[in-house]
Design a protein around this ligand. Sequence first.
Ligand code: DGJ
Length: 399
Amino acid sequence: MPIYPKPSSGSESVRRLLLAVALPAVLRLGPAAHGAPDPACAIYPGAEWRDDRGAVINAHGGGFLRSGGRYYWYGQHMVEGEAGNTAQVGIHVYSSEDLCRWRDDGIAMPVSLDPRSEITKGCLIERPKVIFNRRKGKFVMWFHLEGKGSGYSSAMVGIAVADEPAGPFRFVRSFRPNAGRWPRNAPETMRTPLSQAELARLSGCKMNGGPSADFPIDLVFRRDFAGGQMSRDMTLFVDDDGAAYLFTVAEENATLQISRLTDDFLGVTGDYARVFPNGFNEAPAVFKRKGRYFMFTSGTTGWAPNACRLSVASSLWGPWRQVGNPCSGTDAQKASTFDSQSTYVLEVIGQPDLFIFMADRWRPENPPDGRYVWLPLRWRGDLPLIEWKDSWAPSNLHG
Ligand code: DGJ
């Protein structure tokens, strides 16, 4: 028996009836015995997904953390209407033992009602990611922050900390990373501020967040040297040695930048690299398998989906190599990443070689109705494939 009804297959009344019958039964079930497949635990990519109270899960652009035997899911709480794509509530957190049944743990980091706050209601807080800092015993959240009313021009990271995984998270600060530092892979000839002629050229360039024939690719990071590098879509990655890295979309979306975090995870060290200049990638999701690093990204088409891109590297600093579209399916599915955009890859503990591709099916006209597309990676040789499944069970994938 599926624990969540398949919403696309029936009318609202049928859906409600199924929910009324199925949900109480589900909530009575405990986790499956160790190693035994749990028939009640299934994931329905793209379907409406309800929490332990029967409310639709509201955690978009999600990031995941495992702590104390539970998975934590942090995401943007979105509301209906025009303001819905801005931060009206804050970052929502849910937790689960089995990845199917999610308990609502509330708002981990609320927006501020103080109009002077950097995280004031109406700003943009996107793609929260949380990692645990062993040294300080703190949970550290990083997110993409845009000042209220600034569109996407502030391009900053925000940081918040908490003592417990579900929060409350206390906002610490926001900034543009790596001010006054040159990328480790910038040639000596580029390590100079812009000349007057270059500044004049830059002021004539239209930069709209997407590729263009005359994009001034090696000018923007130099323009941002003094004030810090732009940072929009982002993710965090903690390597096996405990070092943490920020992967961020910089330079007017043209280039990814990878930055080493400080040991307390509350800042960047100033050591960073540019990756795929002029590649126009968004939505980075990074993971490691058998000593190799993998990154999914999308192209830059706003809320509209586009084709996923897979990159691999044997060193985190690169070189990164783009190896094409990892999706397998119809042309439409491949061109739209199953109508979704990457946000995270979760390695499932206790399931050999199970990595979950996690993505958002954005609905900007009705943001809370955005859906979650979670698909298990299949491996063909050393490269992952993403294939559609109407439903699948995390505990039974290799059964
Ligand atoms: C694409 C990004 O990946 C999303 O997080 C969001 O910022 C939208 N752009 C806004 O258009």
